[in-house]
Design a protein around this ligand. Structure first.
Ligand SMILES: Cc1cc2nc3c(=O)[nH]c(=O)nc-3n(C[C@H](O)[C@H](O)[C@H](O)COP(=O)(O)OP(=O)(O)OC[C@H]3O[C@@H](n4cnc5c(N)ncnc54)[C@H](O)[C@@H]3O)c2cc1C
Length: 548
């Protein structure tokens, strides 16, 4: 075939960068809440995250989604899921770099929020935010393993048996007896057909066995990562909804009843398997008090919510990185896109959104290290609402920076776009989380005081923040129709927190632009509407990840 044209003006592949150390906002947050040694300890992970190898794992695990095998060739039920080898490479990397249960490595009797290392949760959070930019789907089982540990401590005997595996930095795939494995993966089963948000409507029943265990009968409509070793599952006892530990393999080495009915055909998150499960006489052990299942599993959900914020900040950052890279190499109308004022406005607006999300996400992780449970309870819920809600908007805009190329699978942007709404849905969908923000404030005055104290660290630094704090106080003082205003309140609370963090820690151009737009309303309904005079060039420069 003859040469019909010369290929020009195509953007080189982004490879060899370090999304951890190379991201100024993330690296600074790591040093701020931990130290330089913590950041340095993530060097190998950062380098791998930017490598062609890891990007290939991400592509392959999504293009070859998991497959359900209900039976073996002889007709015996096996209820297994097969994954592409690239999935296991992603999982192994995450576990070996300490992104799963490792930060909790401490004696099981210790307070749940007491890590062995003073900055263990910040280290993990920064690593998670950088590494999951490669592929978001495997973040789900990594998160659930991390989050299962504090909840399981409500049953000290079970914690003693399984915590070493859950906190190990080893990944061992396959259904064998969990206490003999080098590393364990955990999952969670709450959502049933008749309702996910309202878990009190769960119909799965638990009946005591003579040996102290229970037998579960019922179903779960969503159970992700069904090849995990252990699950925390909600079921009804006469006392009410209770929390149980369900292993896939029983202590005698036989398989527990864990029937995988189907895998969900999902919008995104395609590398990860999400299943429908049925239980029939499934062996389970009680975790926590009978009838106290919701408070027990809330330990787990509080931690998975942190990861929703981390994962959403990672999604925004991954999209921004691609957008800035593209704009710095693609020319249109005689100039690089990155040098064109309106494109700079779009990129700068995205960068401000990303920096605010990152700063807040790492601050939340620092609260886990410090045992700031009041702060985490309220700020975690508000951030889960707002940062996750901002993600699809940001990703859609970043995708468009690549023009038509961004709409094509090979660019990787459609995968980010499909993933973007998920963190807002699971672990409490938008409305449920916004209402939970109200609940957290009404039930604990110390939670609101802890968040206010953090915001107040920047009081007086910027009139627009002071005015926003006044508006928030007025919203809270008005008792009328609070539920209708829950999203407004959760959003405003988060914006005040983000502004406080940026005013204290980000360069002036980022903090000032954030306050002018997100707090003072000098902004449009879409991204890329920063006011004239905004220091867009400096903001974009800061957001660019240096090439290798
Ligand atoms: C990919 C994927 C994986 C998942 N994996 C798991 C898993 O591993 N384990 C698990 O247990 N679950 C899992 N889930 C389920 C998820 O947590 C639930 O879908 C979610 O909690 C919402 O529950 P629901 O779907 O029953 O919606 P519903 O509870 O029916 O809610 C529907 C809508 O109504 C809103 N709403 C509910 N109550 C109110 C109210 N009082 N006022 C105003 N609005 C309200 C909600 O915000 C939501 O927008 C997964 C979901 C997805 C998409």
């Amino acid at each position: 075939m003859g040469v019909t044209h010369e290929v020009t003006n195509q953007v080189p592949r982004l490879v060899g960068h370090d999304p951890i150390a190379g991201d100024a906002a993330l690296a600074e947050a790591c040093v701020r809440h931990a130290d330089v040694a913590t950041l340095d300890s993530l060097k190998a992970l950062g380098a791998l995250a930017g490598s062609e190898q890891a990007q290939e794992w991400g592509r392959l695990s999504n293009e070859n989604p998991p497959r359900l095998r209900t039976h073996d060739r002889y007709g015996h039920r096996v209820d297994e899921v097969e994954f592409h080898p690239a999935w296991h490479d992603l999982m192994r990397t995450a576990f070996e770099h300490g992104l799963a249960g490792a930060p909790w490595t401490a004696v099981p009797s210790a307070h749940p929020a007491t890590p062995a290392e003073p900055h263990a949760h910040v280290r993990r959070a920064v690593g998670y935010l950088g590494w999951t930019q490669v592929e978001m789907g495997h973040g789900c089982p990594v998160t659930m393993t991390y989050a299962a540990v504090p909840a399981l401590r409500a049953a000290p005997e079970l914690a003693e048996r399984y915590e070493p595996g859950l906190t190990a930095t080893a990944y061992e795939f396959g259904l064998t007896e969990p206490s003999g494995k080098r590393g364990l993966v955990a999952g969670m089963g709450m959502t049933e057909k008749q309702g996910g948000s309202d878990v009190r409507a769960n119909t799965t029943r638990a009946v005591p066995n003579a040996d102290g265990s229970h037998a579960l009968t019922g179903h779960k409509w969503f159970t992700s990562a069904p090849m995990s070793d252990l699950f925390l599952v909600l079921a009804q006892l006469p006392e009410g909804v209770s929390c149980f530990l369900v292993p896939r393999v029983l202590p005698d080495g036989t398989r527990n009843v864990f029937r995988l009915q189907r895998l969900k055909d999902k919008l995104g998150d395609r590398a990860n398997a999400s299943s429908e499960v049925e239980f029939e006489g499934t062996t389970a052990w009680l975790v926590g008090e009978p009838g106290r299942g919701v408070p027990t599993i809330i330990e787990m959900v509080a931690t998975t919510r942190l990861d929703c914020v981390l994962g959403s900040a990672a999604t925004i950052r991954a999209a921004l990185t691609q957008a800035v890279h593209h704009a710095r190499h693609r020319r249109a109308f005689g100039a690089l896109l990155a040098d064109q004022p309106l494109m700079q406005n779009v990129l700068a607006d995205l960068a401000v959104e990303s920096e605010a999300a990152t700063a807040l996400a790492v601050r939340l992780a620092a609260a886990v290290d410090a045992g700031e449970s009041d702060f985490l309870r309220l700020a975690g819920a508000a951030a889960k609402f707002w940062v996750c809600k901002r993600t699809p908007t940001a990703v859609a805009e970043a995708l468009e920076v690549l023009g038509g190329n961004g709409y094509v699978e090979e660019s990787g942007m459609p995968r980010l776009y499909r993933q973007a709404p998920l963190n807002s849905i699971w672990e409490g969908s938008g409305n449920v989380i916004a209402l939970d923000v109200l609940r957290a404030m009404s039930r604990s005055s110390t939670a609101l005081a802890a968040v206010r104290a953090e915001v107040d660290l920047a009081r007086g630094a910027d009139d627009r923040l002071d005015a926003a704090v006044g508006r928030l106080a007025a919203e809270l003082a008005d008792p009328g129709q609070l539920p209708v205003r829950a999203r407004r309140i959760a959003g405003l609370l988060t914006l005040c927190l983000q502004a406080s963090l940026l005013l204290r820690h980000a360069p002036a151009e980022v903090a000032d632009t954030f306050c002018a737009t997100r707090l003072a309303g000098d902004w449009g309904a879409v991204l890329g509407t920063l006011p004239g005079g905004a220091p867009v060039g400096a903001i974009v420069d800061r957001s660019a990840i240096p090439p290798a």
